[in-house]
Design a protein around this ligand. Structure first.
Ligand SMILES: C[S@@+](CC[C@H](N)C(=O)[O-])C[C@H]1O[C@@H](n2cnc3c(N)ncnc32)[C@H](O)[C@@H]1O
Length: 231
């Protein structure tokens, strides 16, 4: 398991620009789709918040809601503070430095929990999912966005070439080749679709059909914490 916190401390400075470049400018739209899945929530925990992109998009998209953005990387959080302040949302977004495996919040604190491109980086995804379930109130919503390998037999080989060769190559020109190699390798190795939905169910969520974006290169998994444990 690589030290992903150090890795993100290292790429923090260029993270947003590279994200937008490699996602062909789609990343903001993806985050809005994620926040659409938790409509009605008034208190939201955004785990692996990074530079605060999901937190900012959520308060823009969901009127009146407040967000706690949590991340273990000090460097990412420094940038998040600046971005949140520049967006005029400091009153609605607070930040906490912590990892997903051990959340410093009481059971049932939040109406919704989100995590974008973060669950794959946690040391123990099952423990992280259980923690997400614990801090949600019964009936609360979870939205998890993560990269995946597309299944379309024509598109998949093209995408795999881009993802496994082109992206780390461009990354290496920008001095972040190892990080993009890690992105590609960890995405291929991480549970996807049915396997990930099984992990969510094991953690106590009632799961739904996942939303595939851009032919399945990104997936939004959603679910609810049942009102009663058997619900
Ligand atoms: C790819 S970035 C995603 C940032 C943001 N959610 C976004 O959509 O741009 C992944 C984030 O996961 C964080 N991370 C690494 N290990 C983590 C852990 N154990 N628990 C929670 N977050 C972690 C990193 O610090 C980094 O900010």
């Amino acid at each position: 398991m690589p030290d992903t916190v150090n890795l993100f401390n290292k790429v923090a400075q260029h993270y947003d620009a590279l994200n937008t470049f490699f996602s062909l400018g789609m990343d903001r739209r993806w985050r809005k789709r994620l926040s659409n899945q938790i409509r009605g929530a008034e208190s939201v925990l955004d785990i692996a918040t990074g530079t605060g992109e999901v937190a900012i998009e959520t308060v823009r998209n969901l009127k009146g809601c407040r967000v706690v953005g949590a991340d273990p990387s000090a460097r990412m959080l420094e940038l998040a503070v600046k971005k949140i302040s520049a967006s005029g949302n400091s009153g609605r977004i607070k930040l906490a430095r912590c990892g997903a495996e051990r959340l410093p919040f009481k059971a049932g604190t939040f109406d919704a929990v989100t995590i974008a491109f973060g669950i794959r980086n946690t040391v123990d995804p099952s423990k992280s999912l259980s923690e997400m379930n614990r801090v949600l109130r019964p009936g609360g919503r979870v939205g998890i966005m993560e990269f995946a390998i597309p299944r379309n037999k024509f598109f998949a080989p093209l995408y795999l070439f881009y993802f496994r060769n082109f992206l780390p190559f461009i990354g290496s020109l920008l001095g972040t080749g190892d990080e993009y190699k890690y992105l590609s390798e960890s995405t291929s190795a991480f549970p996807q679709r049915e396997s990930f939905i099984r992990l969510m169910s094991d953690a106590g969520f009632r799961t739904e059909k996942p939303i595939e974006l851009m032919l399945g290169i990104v997936i939004i998994y959603t679910g609810t914490k049942p009102i009663s444990p058997k619900g």
